[in-house]
Design a protein around this ligand. Sequence first.
Ligand code: G3P
Length: 500
Amino acid sequence: MLYTGTMTEDLFDILHNTATPPVYRYFSGGSWKESASGKTTSVYSPIDNSVVGILQVVTPKEIDDAIETACNAQREWEQTPLNQRVKIMHLVADWIRHNEQYLTDLLVMEIGKTASEAKSEIARTADLTDYFADEVQSIRGETLDSDNFPGYDKGRIAVIEHVAYGVVLSIAPFNYPVNLAASKIVPALLMGNSVVFKPPTQGGISGLHLARIFEKAGVPAGVLTCATGGGSQIGDYLVSHPKIDMIAFTGNSDTGLAIAAKAPMKQLLFECGGNNATIVFPDADMNLTVKEIVKGGFSYAGQRCTAIKYVLSTPGVLETLLPQVLETIKEMVAMGDPRQDSTKLVGPVISLATAKEIEEVILEAVKEGAVVVSGGHRRDAYIEPTILTKVKPSMNIVSKEVFGPVVSFIAVSDMDEAVRIVNSQRFGLQACVFTKDEGAGLKYAPLLNVGTVQINGSPQRGPDHFPFLGVKHSGVGVQGVRYSLEAMSRLKSVVINKPQ
Ligand code: G3P
């Protein structure tokens, strides 16, 4: 079925031709263009495998042109008074809100999020954009006197400012194609960079809509480009381009490693995979723990890098926990078509191929001794909310990031063993600890080698002004409103040597 959301206006008409399904243009140098490549890639809805639209695959020459234009436009953009850049970003937020329903419907169709999750992504993006625009006004430089350092007198003063890197390549993932695009584009633009935006294939149509909103809000021609095409088609050329100064990427860790290898000496801001653990102390509030496990494990069908992937506790605690989790799944989760109000948390995963891969990993775990106590089956691109017990940390179901609605239960002899398991993983995004004794939680948290430890709450990125980071293969650098603004700029020092 072709996406037929109701348009409130003609704002987005320019994005595509009138064919069915529509072919989308790419955005470069301030215009919406047809690519000379003649190559396209179709966006299939995970709901029913229908074609939502067709993206063009841009050519290397088109990428060169876009980046050259971005380089030239950046100089003037950085000189544009900050108050004007701020005003434009507030307009972006307004335009996102104005088109909330339209963008929500599109997201549901394009990536299979439930309607409430999609709506929340759009609303969150508008709020985030406003917050960035407010926060940037408190980013300021400093001056340093030379005589603090031994052997120096007052002869010099350093004036230190935040300046742009230049051209930032922003690569967004399919799971938040609007929000995790804006979380890179907005701070990059506010700090005076120009941006080449590479949306995911699924989510690419939503990404183009976002680019249109930036254009409409007044981002000057050339400052933002939206280059479409599959990662395997245009990714290498983009990330290794000599005129890209910084890469901001969210996606899986293998892709992150491959990008880093091809982008020597470029600034990197990466948020990659996670297989986040839940550690349940015997004194935990079981009601709360159970609800957080179900929400944390199954929201957006487990396709969040912050999703809970495994639960660690002693056999006695797991015995109490498990029946309550199974009962709560029945209350909080209803797998189905994400367009229906009756569907709760679990719609399809992003594609049939991905669903088959997840099914394989579940079957492999079962072969290795794991037991499916709930779910475990696939229907087309839909994976039932699945709970596995008797899982070992070395099994792929735990040690790989399985981007689907699957949570594994692992029995440990004590909490020290739980720490060892978390710290032995390839990933280090978040972990959560449930205990009524917050003091014990605070003592325990530093032992876990992850970016963030949540005490009595499931892993999550928000609120979006909190720092968001991963260690090991989970990421490079820190995001979160202020942290992203700082990460998207470098320091520039001008030293005034006073006349002797
Ligand atoms: O990249 C982060 C995303 O996958 C999870 O974000 O807000 O669902 O915790 P959130």
